[in-house]
Design a protein around this ligand. Structure first.
Ligand code: PLP
Length: 397
């Protein structure tokens, strides 16, 4: 039997703040009543700044991030449309696979798992596409499998430099709410997230933000869609409701989570994630291990994938953390299985939580056979945190 709290450090779902959890204890509303409309409208409005948009419209889609991926594709594209994507981790690979299954012709650029989206190569392909056959470009902003963040603005610059009209789709599932995301400034047409990662809410919702250009594509796309018909969802949202029964408990929790983000302020939320991520990377360096991310300049602020040394099975590290220390670390996905484990550092967490994750990782690594000096990673993170005090705490002191 485990005593004490479980420590959840998978990169989604993330820890729920107490008031988010409590917000779910609520009666089921009548979702056609004016009271529900009065609840839903500000919820939609308050999501906009988290996406960095004042122009986009937001559709709440029961399901998860994956359902928002699907809705983005089927509502704006047609079977046979060509799309340009990069495959550099499990999530970008899965999105490419979905696009293929939905009848798109996927031009996929394979790059190393650990490298970011190759914006310049995208630019070259877009420049060569004289007849505008590429209808959309897909970017995974934060590859959760590898802990790599890609430069979405750079992809927008390549599109503009090629005078290309393709829609820009961005997967922000593990970045939105925890890292800067500038939908309008980056010229993103479809931004996708889910409720259960950076937004600190329970799983159950995909969230899709559509630019005016993407809204225009809703009328020309010929992919079949039914439950995920975004026109029907947006029309219902306009009237303060849903076309189907909404998951009200998740919406209440999301309301509480957005209130927390607003109270902390987004710049402070982003600074906190950066500080905590830097602490984790300092620990990895102190252990003498390497991150899957090939360079710190594109290392993620929300998740770190850590390579285990030769001969040390990362699955054993994860199993030890779980069974002996009631701590959940993220697995290495696909080809990284057994070779890497991940620490999710997004959502509701602080220095103490990160230090616990690092301390348990040291125990589990050592037990799996890695030569780790106990406390080395923890101390490196402490050094970092001591030198980079939280601005709000410093101000209060
Ligand atoms: C988690 C994740 C997804 C899938 O989202 P679900 O909510 O599990 O469907 C897609 N993309 C990225 C980058 C993710 O981290």
């Amino acid at each position: 039997m485990h005593t004490g709290p479980a420590h959840l450090f998978v990169p989604g779902p993330t820890n729920l703040p107490d008031e988010v959890r409590r917000a779910m204890v609520a009666p089921m509303p009548d979702h056609r009543a004016p009271e529900f409309a009065a609840f839903l409208r500000p919820l939609l409005a308050d999501l906009a700044p988290v996406f960095g948009t004042s122009r986009a419209r937001i559709a709440l889609i029961p399901g998860s991030g994956t359902s928002a991926w699907e809705a983005a594709i089927t509502n704006t594209l047609s079977p046979g449309d060509r799309v340009l994507m990069a495959r550099h981790g499990m999530f970008s690979a899965l999105w490419a696979e979905m696009a293929e299954r939905l009848g798109l012709v996927v031009e996929c650029i394979d790059v190393a798992w650990g490298a970011p989206c190759p914006a310049r190569e995208f630019g070259r392909r877009l420049g060569a596409d004289r007849h505008g056959e590429i209808k959309a470009v897909f970017v995974t902003h934060n590859e959760t499998a590898t802990g790599v963040t890609s430069d979405v603005a750079a992809v927008r610059r390549e599109l503009d430099a090629a005078f290309h009209d393709a829609l820009l789709f961005v997967d922000g599932v593990s970045s939105i709410g925890s890292m800067p995301f500038e939908m309008d400034a980056w010229g993103v047409d479809l931004a996708v997230t889910g409720s259960q990662k950076g937004l600190m809410a329970p799983a159950g919702l995909g969230i899709l933000a559509l630019s005016p250009k993407a809204i225009g594509a809703l009328d020309t796309a010929r992919s079949p869609r039914s439950f995920f018909d975004v026109r029907a969802i947006l029309a219902a949202h306009e009237a303060g409701s849903f076309p189907h029964t909404p998951p009200a408990t998740v919406l209440h929790a999301l309301r509480a989570a957005l209130d927390r983000l607003a109270a902390e302020t987004l710049p402070a939320v982003f600074a906190r994630h950066r500080r905590l991520a830097e602490g984790v990377r300092a620990a990895v360096a102190a252990w003498g291990l390497s991150t899957v991310a090939e360079h710190p300049s594109f290392a993620s602020q929300t998740v770190t994938a850590i390579r285990t040394p030769e001969g040390v099975d990362a699955r054993e590290v994860i199993a030890t953390a779980r069974t002996r220390y009631h701590t959940f670390l993220g697995a290495g996905l696909g080809p990284l299985s057994g070779r890497a484990f991940r620490i999710g550092h997004l959502g509701d967490l602080n220095e103490g939580a990160v230090l616990a994750a690092l301390a348990v990782s040291e125990l589990a690594l050592a037990e799996a056979g890695a030569r780790i000096a106990f406390g080395s990673g923890v101390a490196a993170a402490q050094e970092h945190f001591a030198g980079a005090a939280a601005p709000c705490l410093a101000a209060a002191a």
